[in-house]
Design a protein around this ligand. Structure first.
Ligand SMILES: *Cc1c(COP(=O)(O)O)cnc(C)c1O
Length: 357
């Protein structure tokens, strides 16, 4: 379908980002799990990550994991969302490891693992402040003691998540809290905790500066490898590519019009009251792309002189008054993506995926 917007995926850049991340972390004895949820675990992208040295995968969606298994990806896969009680059987069948924080869920994993005659690894999540998943540090050792008594499940490690809900930055202080919690768990349970999983892309900054506390030995990285950005720190990661994914779509109208709509104002197509700044006349282009295709807030015009004015289900309106090249009907306009843009365009059936090397 020639007319569809296309997501151009540069496999070489993804491979290079993966390799640089793996090497930088290996220098501090940290293994990297390649997180595949940001691109719907599309197999060619997973393979590019693996070519770059990623040996273990992680995803938050069981559907993605099952699809990977059907395509004969046999590597270790960690489930990055607490298992649902209704998914226990599939979690045990398709994943090697899952993150957990609820005794009830771990007990269900244990019982089912015993009936299946298998073992399942768990990473006990500790909430060091971001307030998404995890046991509070002061409750972690008691929880670990209870879990250690369950057959069929092995506490392989502990982990934490940051920069997701609360926007909390990984720091020497909160990662040391994780390491203290590990020591407490080891003392109380007598088990050795192999893995200390210290977050995702936002933790790379401590690796770069050499400040990652010794003992943190795993990171789960998606955004950095895919987009070369670190949203939590609001930065581009200087040693990674930012343009492995580009979204291109076609211009269907270009006109010079006022910057403020004319007439009485009601609600827009989504029930919001729009607000406009009067910048006088501007050159506006309409693109064949809308909210039905991708989360428009996830798009970043590749030409910094182009700005996004707004959009509806099927139209995206941009200001091309100062565009580097004159924009005309039939042209393709290119966007970089943030995580939301990547997530939604990867999953969109209206967006064609084109792989380049
Ligand atoms: C999504 C996710 C990650 C990866 O985060 P990035 O910022 O993309 O590196 C890591 N851990 C958990 C639990 C996640 O849900």
């Amino acid at each position: 379908m020639k007319h569809m917007p296309c997501l151009e995926i540069n496999l070489t850049k993804i491979e290079e980002n993966a390799r640089r991340t793996v090497e930088k972390c290996a220098g501090m004895d940290i293994e990297v799990l390649g997180v595949t949820k940001g691109f719907a675990a599309l197999p060619r992208i997973v393979k590019a990550m693996q070519l770059g040295g990623i040996t273990k995968l992680a995803d938050s969606r069981l559907e993605h994991v099952i699809a990977l298994r059907k395509q004969h990806f046999s590597q270790s896969i960690t489930l990055l969302r607490i298992p649902q009680l209704s998914s226990i059987d599939d979690v045990l069948t398709y994943t090697d490891c899952s993150i957990n924080s609820e005794y009830e869920v771990i007990k269900a994993l244990s019982e089912k693992a015993v009936t299946k005659g298998i073992h399942h690894d768990i990473i006990l999540m500790i909430d060091v402040g971001d307030l998404r998943e995890g046991v509070l540090p002061e409750e972690a050792a008691d929880m670990a003691v209870k879990v250690a008594g369950l057959p069929g499940v092995i506490i392989r490690g502990i982990g934490t998540n940051m920069g997701c809900y609360g926007g909390i930055l990984p720091t020497i202080r909160n990662l040391n809290l994780l390491l203290e919690t590990k020591r407490e768990i080891e003392e109380k349970t007598g088990i050795v905790i192999d893995i200390v999983s210290g977050g995702g892309t936002s933790s790379l900054k401590l690796v770069e500066s050499g400040d990652m506390p010794a003992g943190v030995n795993q990171l789960r990285v998606g955004e950095g490898i895919l987009l070369g950005t670190d949203t939590t720190h609001d930065r581009e990661i200087p040693w990674l590519h930012q343009d492995a994914f580009l979204l291109r779509t076609e211009v269907i109208e270009v006109k010079t019009k006022p910057s403020v709509p004319i007439g009485e104002t009601g609600k827009d197509a989504f029930g919001n009251t729009p607000v406009f700044v009067d910048k006088g006349l501007c050159d506006r282009a309409i693109l064949a792309l809308g909210k039905q295709d991708v989360n428009l807030e996830g798009l970043i015009p590749a030409d910094p002189n182009i700005s996004i004015l707004g959009g509806s289900s099927d139209h995206l309106i941009i200001d091309v008054t100062n565009a580097e090249d004159r924009v005309k009907v039939g042209d393709l306009v290119t966007f970089r993506l943030n995580y939301q843009g990547l997530l939604t365009s990867s999953n969109s059936k209206y967006i064609k995926k084109v792989y380049v090397k």
